[in-house]
Design a protein around this ligand. Structure first.
Ligand code: G3H
Ligand code: 13P
Ligand code: NA
Ligand code: ZN
Length: 324
């Protein structure tokens, strides 16, 4: 069934672990995320960003998605996710990632999302508080959880690249939770969106530690969210490039660092880039079929399909590597 994010945060907070928040852009990916979580007997958090909703509403030119496109997309994905979620016995959260404004968030809530992020991180503190509080009021009245953001991440967001991070001020975190009533908060602490996070990036763990300590001290429940946390596996980048791709200077966050912050208040870890890379690798391998080359273990099913059918042109065959 579909559930809000809040109960998952309470559990991860209590036991000191973090859930993955996995971004999707299609029903095929959503189904895959639900299936793999069901396999591991874990609650699932599916996320779609604002523009992903526009895309799933049928807008190919998703950068120019209108509110109408977002409404359609939210309805499409929520209807499909609800169907799949009702067929498994794990809790499934459908979360809006980086909601831009009140109207986009409302489009998600009104069409079946169980959790939303309002990203007011580019606003002044007081305006961020005001917008977030307005969203919390609308969402909580409808049983929907809310994530806010304080501080600005470097990297690509909505196709806009920014070089600089503005780290979250841990002294402001309590005040933000208190004034807005959010269930969780994205912090900026050294991670970055996209594949170019920099070599050997070190998470500024002390920002999470200090934020969480302040919350504990004030007796406020509050979970922190780690955005820009893809690990960018080098073997996948290399395989993409061997298959004709050109992804340069791509480095992620180490698993060890991500593990270590789960003990310091990080209850959700957002992953989008790793999924995009995995899909790109698989699709490239699919279309670069070479019957004389030995298939990698993970792709042997796809390769056997291709070997049997080099003349295949059924799109369902291409959806298989996406799901995988
Ligand atoms: O955090 C941002 C996500 O990677 C969403 O990306 O706006 O291209 O869907 P998108
Ligand atoms: P990555 O680009 O590291 O996957 O981060 C995704 C994210 O933060 C989505 O909100
Ligand atoms: Na942001
Ligand atoms: Zn993000």
């Amino acid at each position: 069934p579909i559930v809000p994010l809040r109960p998952l945060l309470e559990t991860s907070n209590k036991y000191g672990f973090a859930h993955g928040g996995f971004n999707v852009n299609s029903v095929a990916q959503a189904k895959a995320v639900i299936e793999v979580h069901s396999m591991f007997r874990s609650a699932a958090i599916l996320q779609a960003a604002d523009l992903a909703n526009g895309f799933m509403g049928g807008k190919a030119d998703f950068l120019n998605a209108t509110l109408e496109d977002k409404k359609k997309g939210a309805k499409n994905i929520a209807t499909a996710v609800k169907k799949y979620a009702d067929q498994v016995d794990i809790p499934v959260v459908l979360h809006l990632d980086h909601g831009k404004d009140f109207e986009s968030v409302k489009a998600a809530i009104d069409n079946g999302y169980s959790s939303v992020m309002i990203d007011g991180s580019h606003l002044e503190f007081d305006q961020n508080v005001e917008l977030t509080r307005e969203v919390v009021k609308y969402a909580h009245e409808r049983g929907v959880s809310v994530e806010g953001e304080l501080g600005i991440l470097a990297g690509v967001e909505d196709n806009i690249f920014s070089n600089e991070s503005t780290y979250t001020n841990p002294m402001k975190v309590c005040e933000f939770f208190k004034k807005t009533g959010v269930d969780c908060l994205a912090i900026s602490y050294g991670t970055a969106h996209g594949p170019n996070k920099g070599k050997d990036t070190k998470i500024r763990k002390e920002i999470a530690i200090a934020s969480k300590e302040n919350l504990r001290h004030e007796g406020i429940f509050g979970t922190l969210v780690s955005h820009g946390s893809s690990t960018v596996p080098q073997y996948i980048v290399n395989e993409i490039n061997d298959l004709g791709g050109n992804i340069q200077n791509a480095y992620g966050i180490s698993i060890d660092q991500l593990k270590s912050v789960t003990k310091h208040g990080i209850g959700k870890i957002n992953i989008d880039t790793d999924i995009r890379l995995a899909i790109t690798r698989n699709i490239r391998e699919y279309f670069n079929f070479n019957p004389n080359k030995k298939a990698s273990e993970s792709l042997k099913d796809i390769w056997s399909i291709m070997k049997a059918k080099p003349d295949a042109f059924d799109p369902r065959a291409y959806l298989t590597p996406i799901i995988d």
